[in-house]
Structures are given as C-alpha cells and as structure tokens.
Design a protein around this ligand. Sequence first.
Ligand code: PHE
Length: 357
Amino acid sequence: MVDDIDTLRSQFLAGVDAAADLGALDAVRVQVLGKSGALTQLLKQLGATPPEQRRARGAALNSLKDDIAAALETRREGLERAAIATRLLSERMDISLPPPEAPAGLIHPISRTLEEMAAIFGAMGFSVGEGPDIETDWHNFSALNIPAHHPARDDHDTFYLPGIEGGPARVLRTHTSPVQVRTMLGQAPPIRVIVPGRTYRADHDATHSPMFHQCEALVLDRDITLGHLKGCIIDFLRAFFGIATLPVRFRASYFPFTEPSMEVDIGWNRKTGDIGAGGDWLEILGSGMVHPNVLANAGIDPREWQGFAFGMGVERVTMLKYGMPDLRPFFDSDIRWLRHYGFSALSPVMLHEGFGA
Ligand code: PHE
C-alpha cells in the first residue's frame, strides 16, 4: 500500500522537474491535487481503509501532500525567477545604438521658431507672457490708443463676437499687442517680456492666413531708450537668422501705440531670396517707444517709466529663414510638407550651438 504513495511521489516530483513554465507546473498540480487528481482520489479512499491501517496511511498521505506543496512552491519560484531573467535579457537595450527606423514625430516649424525666440530672448533676460485669443475690444484697440473709428482699425479687420450678457464687445485679437496692456496691468515695471501667440485677421491668400502667429516684446524701465530698442532687435535678428553681419534698417513709420514708431527691414536678395546680402530690403517687424497714452491706460506713470515694444509675424520670419514660398501649408496638416520642413524631436533648440538655417 505504501508503495503506491512512493510511486505517486516520484511520478509527481519527476513531473514538477519537467514542467518548463508556470502553465505546465499548474497542469502537474491539477493532476495530483485537482478534483479528480491522484492524491485527491487516495485521500477519498481513506475512509474505506481498514481502521488499523487508516492512521498510518493518513499520516503518509498528508506528509506526501506537504511535500507536494513544498515542491510546487520551490519550482514556481524558480520558474518565475527564470522568466524575469529571460525578460531582462530580451528587453535589454543598448543605448549606444542609433534610434530605430520607426517613423519619428517631427516638430512643426512654427513651434521650432517659437522655441528659438524663447531661447534667444530668454538669454537676454525676457520671460514669456500670455493673453487670451478672444480679447476685449478695449485691450485690442482702445487701450492701445486706437479709439473706435480710428482708421488704423481698417488694417485689422477681424472676427467680432458679441459681448456676453451686456459685457464688453469682443474680438479675436488682431495682434499680440493687447498683452502689452495685460502685462502692465498685471505687474509693476521693470518689465521684460515676450508674448508669442495666435492672432487673427479676416485675410486669406498665399501670404495671409486668417489665423497666424506673432511674437510681441515689451521692455519697460526708467531709462530705456531707442538705442536699447535697436540693439535688442539687431541682436535678435542676427541670432535668429544665424547671420552675424545681417544688415538691419530702421525706417520711420506709424503705429498708434508707439511714438516714435519704426518699421524694421533686413537685407536680402529679392531675386534669389537669400537673406543677408543682395542690396534689397525686406520689412520684417513693427516697433517703437511705447506711447505715453498706452502706459497711462495701463495704469503706469509715463513720467516715471518708458520703454519699447515690437511685434513680428512668426510665419513670415520662418518662411524667410527656410525659403518657404507659401504660407498656407503651415496649416494644411500635410505630412509630406512636415517631413520636408519639420524638425527632429531629438535635436532640441540649444542656443550655444547657434541655429542658422
Ligand atoms: N502690433 C503691430 C502689428 O501687428 C506690431 C507692433 C508691435 C508695432 C509693437 C509696434 C510695437 O502690426
């Protein structure tokens, strides 16, 4: 009788040894301990055993059961450890290998330009400010010295929205300049901020899109002069285009919110599109000393503080930098265009390396 127990033990242990994975091990367990497993059967038959043998046989069966449980546990631990070791081996990665050929995502040229602007101005001590795309008529126009019926509003035809519950009239902002006002209302000078963001005008052709981007800059302190404005803009443009000798020209102009105002041109070759040489001039941004009325509208005393502001079109400088002929593909989501003009996510903007075209 004890023989069958020993046979079962050795069969079982052989099965446990042979189990190559957790699934096979569980199958062995079920064969012995399952509802109709071999050991379960022997235990059931215990009641039919003559009383004088029952005690010894019961003890033997129970000790077999303990051995089985211990053997299962030991093997299970061993298999689990082996499985982890295999996974670690198969998932090991060699970080010195080049990245796989999987189609990598690309950074949109607009995002790239905005990052470059933040990097260049960041190095000059500017922080980045924000304002809403849906602006009040007051912030977008009136506070900037553009009263209702001022002809300057004609150049800024935009999308008008009704005020909410009798609230102020609203517009999709036509430039980032309203954020000058919001910044001045929100913090005391000295101020050194750039405002990259979306802007809107009712225009649509090869060089105009109803939604586009601008980057504004505002510097306010006690003794800021036109000289600072010129130095800041020249430094920025030369860093952005990666041309240390880029010709920059300041030309008297008019904006209601700056006085004096200047448009800024860079040197280029109209025929070839090359930036930096060629004797032609290309207008690139608007600038000026912040008008005292704007300071006063934003609660800042113009006798104490003064400074400059400028704003530029982000698409425009991006098109010039990379020789892009048409503005519309920026917003067409055409993957072929993005593959051609996009930037690798693995080469982030780093000022110390320069980022010439
Ligand atoms: N907001 C002006 C525009 O959109 C640009 C500008 C900004 C001019 C700041 C002067 C000062 O054309």
